[in-house]
Design a protein around this ligand. Structure first.
Ligand SMILES: [Cu+2]
Length: 143
């Protein structure tokens, strides 16, 4: 390979790594489930994530989407229930890495955050009281 092609390859790779990830996750209709239950991003990548509450508008099923540190989903769920509706049922714990507000049925919210710099499996959950552990998934952060 010529050094030009090699250089071009490195430049393109860097450009793709820097491109923001546009992710979408919704509820599985009115079920207490996320769809999909697995998402993948690169470590340190800029992410824009749209969470759609696909529950029937007359269901009263408010939801959140929150990304948390590995192993902390249960703890964050409990802390979020204690946080109450005034805080959108989202714990202020530093283990919460990114989150939406409380999203009403039929509504959606787009949030922007930087993916964790350390590769690994990061849980996401709905922090509304008692929706965890049903409403959970994994953000796979890859190098
Ligand atoms: Cu929920």
């Amino acid at each position: 390979m010529s050094s030009f092609a090699l250089t071009l390859g490195v430049v393109l790779q860097a450009a793709f790594a820097a491109a923001p990830a546009a992710l979408q996750v919704s509820t599985a209709g009115s079920q207490l489930q996320f769809d999909p239950k697995e998402l993948t991003v690169h470590a340190g990548q800029a992410v824009s994530l749209t969470f759609v509450n696909g529950a029937s508008p007359d269901s009263n099923l408010d939801h959140t989407w929150a990304l948390v540190a590995p192993g902390k989903a249960g703890e964050v769920s409990a802390g979020s229930a204690a946080a109450g509706r005034d805080q959108d049922y989202v714990s202020k714990s530093p283990d919460v890495l990114a989150h939406t507000h409380l999203v009403k049925p039929g509504a959606h919210e787009t949030i922007h955050f930087t993916a964790p710099k350390t590769p690994g499996d990061y849980p996401y959950l709905c922090t509304y009281p008692a929706h965890y552990p049903a409403m959970t998934g994994v953000l796979k952060v890859v190098p």
